[in-house]
Design a protein around this ligand. Structure first.
Ligand code: PRP
Ligand code: ADE
Length: 172
């Protein structure tokens, strides 16, 4: 049986020179890789008491939805600006490459709900920090943040020091 990290394909200099892109398509297009990824991430939630899973567009949807489904929890979308049709809250943030703005529907989190945030990868932590702030703006409490992969060299965890963070694969 292959280990989860063996399913990840690393592409140098994509989308810019100097970036090593950690590609999840090679994980997802293998049935064993897909199972192992979801099961390994879900295991990070053992013993965690929560009400809702929130995933960041787009790769956070891929991992967040099956985890929510398996654990019979609702799934909430954090989307890139301009995609959600109802009233939203929004935040801008910087990426490892470029900038972006994300939004959530105002009615997607009820005050006091315990939230698990899911994404495929943490680089600088900018995306998930912005998502956490949106959840808090809506009155939710972020009780856990999980990733398949963590680029430890970019020190995203320091940015998330106020949260309980866990990842399956760590790249130094
Ligand atoms: C990638 C990745 C994370 C984020 C990590 O998403 O899926 O969401 O960047 O970077 P950060 O920790 O520096 O914020 P991207 O914005 O490229 O969108 P995608 O999932 O739609 O490809
Ligand atoms: N998102 C931000 N940085 C990334 C990287 N190095 N690989 C894959 N996705 C990313």
């Amino acid at each position: 049986m292959k280990k989860i990290e063996e399913y990840v394909r690393s592409i140098p200099d994509f989308p810019e020179e100097g970036i090593i892109f950690r590609d999840i398509t090679s994980v997802l297009q293998d049935a064993d890789g897909l199972h192992l990824a979801i099961d390994s991430m879900q295991a990070l939630l053992d013993g965690v008491d929560f009400d809702v899973v929130v995933g960041a567009e787009s790769r956070g949807f891929v991992f967040g939805t099956p985890i929510a489904y398996n654990l019979h929890k609702p799934f909430v979308l954090v989307r890139k600006k301009g995609k959600l049709p109802c009233e939203t809250v929004s935040r801008s943030y910087a990426l490892e490459y470029g900038t972006a703005e994300i939004e959530m529907h105002k009615d997607s989190i009820k005050p006091g709900q315990r939230v698990v945030l899911v994404d495929d990868l943490i680089a600088t932590g900018g995306t998930i920090e912005a998502a956490a702030k949106l959840v808090e703006e809506l009155g939710g409490k972020v009780v856990k943040i999980i990733f398949l992969m963590e680029l430890a060299g970019l020190k995203g965890r320091e940015r998330l020091k106020d949260y309980d963070v866990a990842s399956v694969i760590r790249y130094d």
